[in-house]
Design a protein around this ligand. Structure first.
Ligand SMILES: [Zn+2]
Ligand SMILES: [Zn+2]
Length: 577
């Protein structure tokens, strides 16, 4: 049984249950989601509360047990307007989205009829295992100027076991929620004054910059040169690139001196202007330009979700200008980087997809064939298994997508490499061949992590906020037992800082046990407890974040061991004894 059908059918069942309990209920849309379904509803003069969910769920169980058939019927739009005359959102849909349709499809199960294209399961007994999850706010058509609605979410899986497993994962995910950890670890915050725009705090920015530098270094090793292009660029450029036509609703605009500008939603056109600055010879290719480019994209406030979905983010973007023959080698080199980096962050389960030519595409079949086979060859050469996403490429070229599984088995799409024949055409890019002829280069768009902000969100949840020493914003906290050890503690901090370690002294007036507790909550890898004995003997007693203790170790040895761990970007805190 197709789980998408089950989920969507469960939304109908929930609507029937709600209608039974709240006869005045008005229904908007009720689609499936990737873990279940929701329905947007409005209860005139009232609202559904969290404590009402079990009651609705019980009514749903009853409907499921009754195994009511989903009956399909095509009716005229006029008949539908009559049938749904008490359902104002269905009327709006019939007069809006469906206004040009002569006939529409309705589905009935039991006493409930809904305007819907389907498909559904055969009867209500086939909707699988479900559980109502939560209530959120929504608006008709997602527009905050329209009527407010309540979005009732349900989880739905084919079997009870899968539902149970998923709910356990949710509990685990809530404990790791990066928005909560981000606040607790003082990394970033969000404010109503700039919805969807992350504010990086001192520790968070250390983390963010470490990540940036790390990716920069990797790109540099692969021969890329870094550029930086402006945030605000003329609308003419976005017309030429095609973004204005295809992406306008996701862009921010501004006007100065009677000229319209857009804040960049992508970095490609800026990179292209740099390419075009000079006439390139075949000897310049492949030309690899990378940019840690901050982009802004408008997203409806309802879909914003911490760092996972923000309105501004930084891409580890790169554009490679090359010949068709050079493509494969460049792709191979990129794939190596992807696997190495993901492994360093502890993502070892990596799924690879090739998205192929969609129905609406530009460029000849031959060109698509060459591009797609160079992606395939690059993967096959490295013996990397992949699946095909038929027809899911961009309209201008095929791509490879890299997905990782986190420690609670969630899938995240991170990197991509995309072959593009369109932009070089639109911008009339050229290079001079050895025979003196002008040719068009191919453009490869590539990002290893995608959005650095989103990646950090995923990473924070993957490791539960316990950063390995190399990327931990604060690596060492020195805890003097009494004020008499403050001077020595400060001197020790300076000594460690000389070796590049990120260190803090906790000279607060808290009790020792409280200081240790605070350092544990902050998930700092190393605590150095400095009592009278340590201050006199100049030896350290180290407490690891994991709870283990290393006693009486000379400071120099500690520094050396920690620096080795940092250099190797190991995720362990101490060498095996
Ligand atoms: Zn339906
Ligand atoms: Zn690009």
């Amino acid at each position: 049984m197709d789980v998408h059908r089950m989920r969507h059918s469960a939304a109908h069942v929930m609507a029937e249950a709600i209608k039974g309990l709240y006869p005045q209920a008005q229904f908007a849309f009720g689609p499936q989601t990737d873990n279940g379904f929701y329905y947007d509803v409005d209860i005139p003069g009232g609202a559904i509360k969290e404590e009402d969910l079990p009651k609705i769920e019980k009514a749903m169980q009853k409907i499921a047990k009754a195994k009511l058939c989903f009956d399909k019927k095509d009716i005229s739009r006029e008949d539908a307007l009559e049938l749904f005359k008490d359902q104002k959102f269905k009327i709006k849909a019939l007069e809006g989205l469906l206004k040009d349709e002569k006939t529409v499809t309705v589905y009935r199960q039991g006493s409930f009829t809904d305007l819907c294209r389907g498909p559904h399961v055969e009867h209500t007994g086939q909707i699988g295992a479900f559980k109502l999850d939560k209530i959120a706010g929504a608006y008709w058509l997602g527009n905050s100027e329209n009527e407010p609605l309540q979005r009732i979410y349900g989880l739905c899986f084919a079997t009870k076991e899968e539902l149970k497993e998923y709910r356990q994962m949710l509990v685990e995910a809530r404990k790791r929620d990066h928005r909560v950890l981000g606040k607790k670890l003082e990394l970033f915050s969000f404010h109503d004054e700039g919805p969807g725009f992350p504010f990086w705090h001192p520790k968070g920015l250390v983390l963010f910059n470490l990540l940036k530098d790390f990716v920069r270094g990797e790109n540099r090793k692969k021969g890329a040169k870094e550029i930086q292009t402006p945030e605000v660029l003329s609308v003419d450029l976005w017309h030429r690139s095609g973004h204005y036509d295809n992406f306008k609703d996701g862009m921010y605009f501004t006007e100065v001196e009677n000229r319209e500008y857009a804040i960049k939603p992508m970095n490609c056109p800026g990179s292209i202007l740099i390419y075009k600055e000079k006439l390139h010879s075949f000897r310049d290719l492949p030309l690899r330009l990378m940019e840690m480019g901050q982009v802004h994209r408008f997203e409806l406030s309802g879909v914003l979700h911490g760092l996972f979905r923000a309105r501004a983010f930084t891409q580890d973007d790169g554009h490679i200008y090359c010949t068709t023959e050079q493509m494969e080698k460049e792709i191979v080199s990129f794939i190596e980087s992807v696997f190495r980096l993901y492994n360093i962050f502890g993502f070892t389960e990596i799924d690879v997809y090739i998205a192929t030519k969609p129905k609406k595409a530009i460029g000849s079949d031959k060109v698509w064939e060459i591009a797609t086979s160079s992606l395939k060859n690059a993967l096959e050469k490295q013996k990397i298994q992949y699946k095909i996403k038929e027809g899911e490429g961009a309209f201008y070229g095929p791509k490879i997508e890299f997905n990782v599984k986190d420690c609670i088995k969630r899938n995240w799409q991170l990197g991509t490499i995309q072959v593009d024949f369109s932009m070089p055409e639109r911008f009339d890019l050229e290079y001079i061949e050895s025979d003196g002829d002008r040719h068009r280069p191919v453009m490869l768009h590539r990002a290893i992590l995608g959005s650095l902000e989103r990646f950090l969100g995923i990473y924070i949840e993957h490791i539960g906020g316990a950063f390995p020493p190399w990327i931990a914003p604060l690596q060492v906290t020195i805890i003097p037992v009494t004020d008499s050890q403050n001077d020595y503690s400060k001197a020790l901090r300076e000594r460690l800082e000389q070796d590049g370690l990120r260190v803090e002294v906790d000279s607060s007036s808290e009790r020792l046990s409280k200081k240790i507790r605070n350092a544990q909550i902050a998930k700092i890898p190393y605590m150095l407890i400095i009592g009278e004995k340590e201050a006199n003997a100049k030896n350290l007693s180290v407490r690891l974040r994991s709870g283990e203790n290393i006693n009486e170790i000379p400071a120099e040895e500690f520094i050396e061991k920690v620096n080795d761990i940092i250099k190797s970007r190991s995720s362990s805190l101490w060498p095996a004894i």
